[in-house]
Design a protein around this ligand. Structure first.
Ligand SMILES: Cc1ncc(COP(=O)(O)O)c(C=O)c1O
Length: 474
């Protein structure tokens, strides 16, 4: 067996979640086995699994794209079941597929017509900066794109990639699997999870001293698990750092639509690079996904990556790597198209589509505030606001006896706490250790994705459990 695979860890689906799943099974046979009737899953950014409804229009178009023409777009009764703009959009997507439909492989970078739509979306988002569809790869969620680029970077144990601490664990897991080195740089919790250039230089210098050939740098904006939204100048500093040290910038921008703080806006690394006069002068890959934002269509596995500043020969190798997987799933490609190009003003579905999106966004925003205020009201908890993304990452003062007990059990206090929370309340969070954190810090990550009433109850349960936990380990 590949020992790298054994060593790989993926906390978001780790021990606490496995225990939660087995509790769910025992509750089926013995509903009174625990003091709750079901698990509240706040461990993963998977909105539809915890009650978020799919947007109607994209699903209508998807259904029509998938159906054979005679029972779908060309059926005489189609207008009784589907709005006209969904039928037209489905026909447009079908025309991109040249009669092959959704059951055929596409070009390995993804369907050309969809890449052109993504390029238009990026140009509009960034105020007109050009985007070439040939630099776009449609991917199965952001995950496969990230996997491809890390594979391209790591050729042996001395190659490494700088990743934030705390980070989203796909980076640590993929690096472990590829046998490369994680080079952590700390985000400063006391400064809204920002990273200083001094910290970046320190981390790089230390890695070089240890013989690591650092090849790339990961920036997650808006942050997961930390929720910060970076300013243009903060991004520019990172860009200059990457350019100075010839590092490929991996700009993970999957939460670009999830910005709740009215004083913050999402600025893409591409836009910041252009403003700094650096676009094309260093290598950068940016990632987006249908899994997050307002769509929350995680199971569709849609997304894209855009490469800028790459040598064409290197890009050709990345194309070869993508080709080895043939193509990304066509439903994901279609969902990506619908995410970047919705109904236009004046179309019959425009108002209802915009209203559905607004309802979801407003509710996410209310939950972000409600849960962070709730957590901060617990004595011993400190939690930065979620300016963006879908998560809160509170720091929890743990009683010394609990820390000792965790050591005795061969685990960390985050896991002890998260399991205790799970067994007492049914709330399933991820121990903070799974994301990395400053030594001595403890806590967990929670989403605020369950629906509002359930999330309100969860806040009360976080409080009551913390009191019980302190009592137990006082
Ligand atoms: C920061 C970040 N990047 C990438 C991903 C991968 O998501 P997907 O592959 O579904 O697009 C996630 C998922 O939670 C994430 O939080």
């Amino acid at each position: 067996m590949n020992q790298n695979m054994r060593n790989m860890e993926y906390a978001v689906r780790g021990k606490v979640v496995i225990t939660a799943d087995s509790i769910t099974s025992s509750l089926k046979t013995n509903p009174s086995a625990y003091p709750f009737s079901k698990i509240i899953y706040t461990n993963i950014g998977n909105p539809h699994s915890v009650g978020q409804k799919p947007l109607t229009w994209p699903r209508q178009v998807m259904a029509l794209v998938d159906l054979p023409d005679d029972v779908g777009v060309d059926n005489p009764n189609v207008s009784k079941l589907f709005p006209q703009d969904a039928v037209e959009r489905a026909k447009e997507l079908k025309s991109y597929m040249g009669g092959c439909g959704t059951g055929a492989y596409s070009h390995s970078q993804g369907i050309r017509g969809i890449r052109e739509e993504v390029a238009e979306f990026i140009e509009k988002r960034d105020g007109g900066i050009k985007c070439n569809p040939d630099d776009l790869f449609l991917t199965n969620g952001a995950s496969t794109g990230i996997g491809h680029i890390l594979t391209a970077c790591i050729s042996g144990p001395s190659d490494g990639v700088m990743i934030p601490i705390p980070q989203y664990p796909i980076y640590s897991a993929s690096l472990a699997l590829l046998g490369g080195k994680q080079v952590g740089y700390y985000l400063d919790e006391n400064k809204e999870w920002s990273a200083s250039i001094e910290e970046l230089e320190r981390s790089l210098k230390e890695a070089k001293k240890n013989g690591v050939n650092v090849r790339a740098f990961v920036l997650i904006n808006p942050g997961n698990p930390t929720g910060q939204v970076l300013s243009s100048s903060a991004i520019s500093s990172v860009i200059k750092f990457c350019s100075k040290h010839s590092l490929i910038l991996l700009a993970d921008e999957v939460y670009q639509e999830n910005v709740y703080d009215p004083n913050k806006t999402f600025i893409s690394c591409k836009k910041a690079a252009t403003e700094a006069g650096m676009l094309g002068k260093f290598e950068m890959v940016s990632f987006h996904s249908t899994s997050k934002g307002i769509f929350g269509e995680c199971g569709r596995r849609g997304g894209y990556m855009e490469l800028t500043g790459f040598d064409p020969d290197v890009q050709a190798q990345i194309y070869k790597l993508a080709s080895s997987g043939l193509c990304s799933g066509i439903p994901g490609q279609v969902m990506t198209s619908l995410m970047v190009k919705g109904p236009k003003p004046g179309d019959v579905s425009y108002d209802s589509h915009e209203n559905e999106k607004k309802t979801i966004f407003d509710s996410l925003k209310r939950r972000a505030v409600m849960v962070s205020e709730g957590l901060n009201s617990i004595e011993g908890f400190e939690c930065n606001a979620a300016e963006g993304s879908m998560y809160l990452f509170p720091k929890v003062d743990m009683p010394e006896k609990a820390i000792q007990e965790a050591k005795k059990q061969g685990t960390n206090v985050d896991t002890l706490y998260s399991l205790s929370l799970l067994e007492a309340t049914g709330i399933c969070v991820v121990p903070a250790a799974g994301f990395g954190q400053e030594p001595g810090r403890a806590g967990f990550r929670t989403t605020f994705l369950p629906q509002e009433e359930e999330m309100k109850q969860a806040v009360e349960l976080f409080k009551s459990h913390h009191e019980q936990f302190l009592e137990k380990y006082k």
